[in-house]
Design a protein around this ligand. Structure first.
Ligand SMILES: [Zn+2]
Length: 227
């Protein structure tokens, strides 16, 4: 028996399922507005749509053909999502801490992230390992993952992303030792230019005892490398 058309579920490619009213994890779109707003700032979706149309025309496409009609709108929403971290203070997640007499390493490993290389606007994807030694107070473990997630949502280079996360942990946690290591594959190196898929870029930022004390540094790196 054939189901009625109304009750059939049609699987669409991911790019075709986006709901105009869907909120992104860290931004919200007021009803009847083309601008996505967050914390006193906004993303101008219409301006991005116009720019995407210009690019399509410039590469020789017909921006008015059926398959491309909705593309500028989708790409505008994608950029709003990928760059929503620009509107936020990721360090706010570290403001709530709990008193705890634990003064050894706290390490959260393999926090997956996707960011955008600011030189090519292509994604780089990988994992972050973040560690600190509490200064009498600890933060929630998921908060560290939230910081990585929000910092990743900006156009940037991996080096600066690493330092930004370390800065936030050092400043907001008042920790005497912070270690951040990022490992990522850059699509600007794998799908264009030198075309070396699989090559990984590793960056680190060591603060306090992890920078000055070789034994502490060796311990945290060893914990990060354990599987
Ligand atoms: Zn790049």
């Amino acid at each position: 028996m054939i189901e009625s058309f109304e009750s059939m579920t049609v699987a669409l490619p991911e790019t075709m399922t986006d709901d105009p009213d869907t909120d992104y994890p860290c931004i919200s779109k007021p009803a009847s507005s083309s601008k996505i707003s967050a914390v006193g700032s906004s993303v101008d979706l219409k301006a991005i749509e116009g720019a995407v149309r210009t690019i399509l025309t410039a590469v020789g496409e017909d921006a008015d053909r059926d398959g491309l009609l909705e593309t500028p709108r989708r790409v505008a929403k994608m950029y709003a999502e990928m760059f929503c971290g620009l509107q936020l203070d990721p360090g706010r997640h570290l403001e709530v801490t709990f008193q705890e007499d634990y003064d050894e390493i706290v390490l959260v490993k393999d926090i997956e992230f996707t960011s955008m290389c600011e030189h090519h606007l292509l994604p780089f994807r990988g994992v972050a390992h973040v560690a600190y030694i509490p200064n009498g107070r600890v933060t929630g473990l998921s908060k560290l993952a939230r910081v990585v997630e929000e910092v990743s949502r900006r156009p940037q280079v991996q080096e600066r992303m690493t330092q930004t996360i370390a800065d936030l942990m050092e400043e907001r946690l008042g920790s005497s030792a912070v270690a951040v290591v990022l490992k990522a594959e850059h699509t600007c190196m794998s799908i264009r230019g030198i075309r070396k898929p699989g090559s990984m870029t590793v960056t680190s930022s060591m603060r306090g005892a992890f920078r000055s004390d070789p034994a502490s540094r060796a311990e945290v790196i060893s914990l990060m490398n354990q599987s």
